[in-house]
Design a protein around this ligand. Structure first.
Ligand code: CP
Ligand code: NVA
Length: 306
């Protein structure tokens, strides 16, 4: 039976742990890809929003695993002219072995996956960004030697990245402290479900200085996400004191590492001094997208028939 990856919950904690170890092995070059696990397979990428990292890392991952990536800009396919999500999914899964989608409403990818006979991977929706947090956990594992028991302070908007971070943290036993202005908390349903697992500590605060005090990792993302109102000046004003800067880092542990999923808005949620500074693991984190995409494709696409 096909297996989708629409949210973090689609994998077990064991599968994620194995996937992280496999990603590290792939990064070390331990596998020379001489068996090309995606040989003869094609994967489609339907993107209804912009992307640099997700698109390119998936395209390269598919190529390096021996498969064919087919980028489908949503403006160029009949979906744009009103062909239904269900019909598109049924047709494309007759040609392709895997479909990666970046879209707006999360319900849209659920509908697509429900009508697809091949694995569907979430390349970001308004509510979730599960592929991103696989690379984030790999980066924590790489920098700290382990991710279990780590303490992560997420400072900023309770958006898709925050929701997926909540899910993966609760699955893996990573403590999460979220600092955001009132009204910008992560999704209530995600919070309820993650809190009920009881595997980690989840703390919501308003004060970013308090949040970073005991953290091993500080994480942030843009204040205005794709699909949000780009000229929301009032929102940016509310986030002003949530910037990751040297003053905030002075309240954190000396060996803290800083993550950002990118793209960054330098001077808004993070300063250039921090992003380019010695505590930043951001560019390792972005490189790790490639290795985790490969491990994910191996798990969902290659291992089924090879
Ligand atoms: N982090 C991330 O998903 O980046 P892109 O929007 O460039 O894909
Ligand atoms: N929260 C951001 C993440 C971009 C990778 C957005 O959705 O635009």
């Amino acid at each position: 039976m096909k297996k989708d990856f629409l949210t973090v919950w689609d994998l077990s904690s064991k599968e994620i742990s194995l996937l992280i170890e496999r990603s590290l092995e792939l990064k070390r070059g331990g596998d020379k890809f001489d068996n090309f696990p995606l040989k003869g397979k094609s994967a489609g990428l339907i993107f209804e929003k912009s992307s640099t990292r997700t698109r390119v890392s998936f395209e390269v991952a598919i190529y390096q695993l021996g498969g064919q990536p087919i980028f489908l800009n949503s403006n160029d396919i009949q979906l744009k002219r009103g062909e239904s999500v269900a019909d598109t999914a049924r047709v494309l899964s007759g040609y392709l072995d895997c479909i990666i989608i970046r879209t707006y409403a999360h319900e849209r990818i659920i509908e697509f996956a429900g009508n697809s006979s091949v694995p569907v991977i979430n390349g970001l929706t308004d509510k979730h960004h599960p592929c991103q947090v696989l690379a984030d956990i790999m980066t924590i594992r790489e920098k700290r030697g382990k991710f279990e028991g780590a303490s992560v302070a997420y400072i900023g908007d309770g958006n898709n990245v925050a929701n997926s971070l909540l899910e993966i943290s609760s699955l893996l036993g990573i403590h999460l402290i979220i600092a955001c202005p009132e009204g910008y908390e992560p999704d209530a349903e995600v919070l309820d479900r993650t809190r009920s697992t009881g595997k980690n500590e989840i703390i919501l605060l308003k004060n970013p200085k308090e949040a970073v005090g005991a953290a091993d990792v500080i994480y942030t993302d843009v204040w205005i996400s794709m699909g949000d109102n780009e000229s929301d000046v009032k929102k940016k004003e509310k986030f002003r004191k949530y910037q990751i800067n040297d003053e905030l880092l002075s309240c954190a542990k000396r060996d803290v590492i800083v993550l950002h999923c990118l793209p960054a808005h330098r001077g808004e949620e993070i300063t250039s001094e921090v992003l380019d500074g010695p505590k930043s693991a951001v560019f390792d984190q972005s490189e790790n997208r490639l290795h985790t995409q490969k491990a994910l494709l191996e798990l969902l696409v290659a291992s089924k028939e090879d």
